[in-house]
Design a protein around this ligand. Structure first.
Ligand code: AR6
Length: 173
């Protein structure tokens, strides 16, 4: 049985096999959690992202790539590109679900036992937090029920009180 854990805090401080980054399709860094991860992890992460860019181009929305975690207390960073919220009829839900499913797929491929997720798309990309929390938790549960034999723990790391309260109430149900 995989454990689902909820933490309020900074994902760059989490010790896990992999932490997930809410990146953009350039993979070259940005603000929010992306900026925090690149700052704390150092240039090895950007170097690895540039190498991926050179090989396969930009990362499409909903897709994910994996790199070293540089100086972070994790082995890998899985960079996924969440959808920008655009009213809800632009496949945002499906794309956000893909972020979680594709990140977990990469994690399994790399024998990751513990993985930490931020609240993808709920900052600069303005996905409504309540809807995003529903999608995140449902997608992770679906993946764990159907595909997983190896992941031991999934940690949802909420940076702000609103997300933490939303996740807490959904997970307690
Ligand atoms: N640890 C955990 N969560 C964090 C941290 C942190 N250190 N910092 C922020 N958050 P955002 P997005 C939360 O804006 O909406 C970047 O420029 C934050 O409170 O980081 O997917 C990228 O390059 C929010 O709940 O990501 C893209 O251009 C959540 O992380 C764009 O932002 C996501 O907020 C992606 O936007």
């Amino acid at each position: 049985m995989t454990k689902i854990e909820l933490i309020k805090g900074d994902i760059t401080k989490i010790t896990a096999d992999a932490i997930v980054n809410a990146a953009n399709s350039s993979l070259l860094g940005g603000g929010g959690v992306d900026g925090a991860i690149h700052r704390a992890g150092g240039s090895a992460i950007l170097d690895a992202c540039v190498a991926i860019r050179n090989k396969q181009g930009k990362c499409k929305t909903g897709e994910a790539v994996i790199t070293t975690a540089g100086n972070l207390p994790a082995n890998y960073v899985i960079h996924t590109v969440g959808p920008v919220w655009n009213g809800g009829a632009k496949k945002e839900e499906e794309l956000l679900r893909n972020c979680y499913i594709n990140s977990l797929g990469l994690a399994v491929e790399h024998n990751v036992k513990t993985i930490a997720f931020p609240n993808i798309s709920t900052g600069i990309y303005h996905y409504p937090k309540d809807r995003a929390a529903d999608v995140a938790i449902a997608s992770v549960k679906e993946f764990l029920e159907t595909n997983n034999q190896t992941i031991g723990k999934v940690i949802f790391v909420c940076f702000d009180d609103e997300n933490y309260t939303l996740y807490k109430s959904i997970l307690e149900q």
